[in-house]
Design a protein around this ligand. Structure first.
Ligand SMILES: NC(=O)c1ccc[n+]([C@@H]2O[C@H](COP(=O)([O-])OP(=O)(O)OC[C@H]3O[C@@H](n4cnc5c(N)ncnc54)[C@H](OP(=O)(O)O)[C@@H]3O)[C@@H](O)[C@H]2O)c1
Length: 330
């Protein structure tokens, strides 16, 4: 079946969205579609994209909507998503396909689906699994949910353009959001367990590099290998990963689901405490693997090894902590 031409939009070009929109632009160019319209709250962060990608920066969300029929989004949190989608729908254009990759609470996705359908458009919850590096190589796993008619159109390109696979969670968009939260329960649980294991290795005098060899051989899955390396090395910069506020948002979703259904979530409760400690010591720009820094403190170890991310050292040095990348334990 010959595919119909589309004009894509992409809103929210942060750590994840910048990679995904670039891949979407490459696809649009190959298909001979119009340039992808992009919009980001902080325009200065995406000025370079017009040179590097087959895209055009839209001055406003309204102008982007007027040119597009399929709009992808990847936004920080529920409040931002509600605000952005209401601006999209306020334009009054019908038959839009809205493909949201943000991690949102299921009831927020349901609200957005109802509001979009009320205005004659489709909303799909399409959260993704994988860090920015995987988004760059289009290696994400996408949980798709929304009306079948819209899903069929998106399925024509989403693999291999944005991801390497999809799990179809049905027509109710809250189910895609729920799948993402359940998956994150496993990922944050893995980070918590790795934090504990590497701390125990260090406290018992076992070489963390040797223990990491075991992780690579015995748990050869992306979350174990990638977060294991960050925790082994203490490389907790959130610039190319998932920041503590984002990680804590997702942890709060898991705990809220637990509270609402009377399901204990003890591993995530512990991770929450360690993330809170890490944020207090190192600030919001850390990656959520800094959970390990919080764990180390509870075991009487200094929070950081390798680069010193502590807020105190930034204030002392007047730099972003980067001057302390001595490679030594502190
Ligand atoms: N990073 C990961 O590993 C990962 C993996 C899977 C899923 N996710 C999910 O993907 C989403 C984005 O994550 P990310 O890591 O890309 O976060 P990020 O780098 O912080 O990007 C957040 C995006 O939201 C925009 N934004 C924030 N506040 C806004 C506002 N008030 N109005 C309009 N736009 C606003 C930001 O614009 P500015 O540039 O102007 O700040 C940016 O484009 C989140 O829902 C996250 O849970 C992340």
């Amino acid at each position: 079946m010959a595919s119909q031409s589309h004009t894509f939009g992409f809103i929210g070009l942060g750590n994840m969205g910048s990679q995904m929109s670039h891949n979407l632009a490459t696809y649009a160019e190959k298909q001979g579609y119009p340039k992808v319209q992009v919009w980001n709250r902080t325009r200065s962060k995406i000025e370079h994209m017009q040179k590097q990608s087959y895209c055009e920066i839209a001055d406003t969300i309204e102008k982007l909507v007027q040119k597009c029929d399929i709009i992808h989004t990847c936004l920080a949190n529920d409040e931002v998503a509600l605000s952005v989608f209401r601006q999209i729908l306020a334009v009054g254009k019908q038959n839009l396909i809205l493909v949201d990759h943000s991690t949102l609470y299921p009831t927020t996705s349901s609200t957005l689906q109802a509001e979009a359908e009320d205005k004659g458009s489709s909303f799909m919850s399409c959260p993704v699994f994988g860090p920015p590096a995987m988004a760059k190589s289009a290696g994400l796993l996408v949980a798709l949910s929304g009306k079948d008619s819209a899903k069929e159109i998106v399925k024509e390109y989403i693999v291999p353009t944005i991801g390497k696979g999809v799990i179809d969670c049905g027509e109710d968009s809250s189910k895609g959001a729920l799948m993402k939260i359940l998956g994150n329960n496993c990922i944050l649980g893995t980070i918590e367990l790795l934090s504990e294991s590497f701390t125990l290795a260090e406290k018992t005098g076992f070489d963390p590099a040797l223990f990491y060899e075991f992780i690579q051989v015995w748990f050869p899955a992306a979350a174990w290998v990638n977060y294991g390396k960050k925790i082994k090395d203490g490389t907790f910069s959130g610039k190319t990963g998932f920041t503590l506020p984002g990680g804590m948002k997702d942890a709060s979703f898991i705990r809220r689901l637990g509270a609402e259904t009377s399901t204990p979530t003890p591993i995530i409760d512990q991770a929450w405490n360690h993330l809170t400690t890490a944020k207090a010591i190192g600030g919001e720009s850390l990656d959520w693997s800094a959970c390990a820094a919080g764990m180390r403190v509870t075991a009487g170890l200094p929070p950081f090894k390798g680069e010193d991310f502590s807020l105190a050292s930034k204030h002392t040095n007047g730099v972003n902590g980067e001057a302390n990348g001595s490679g030594k334990d502190h």
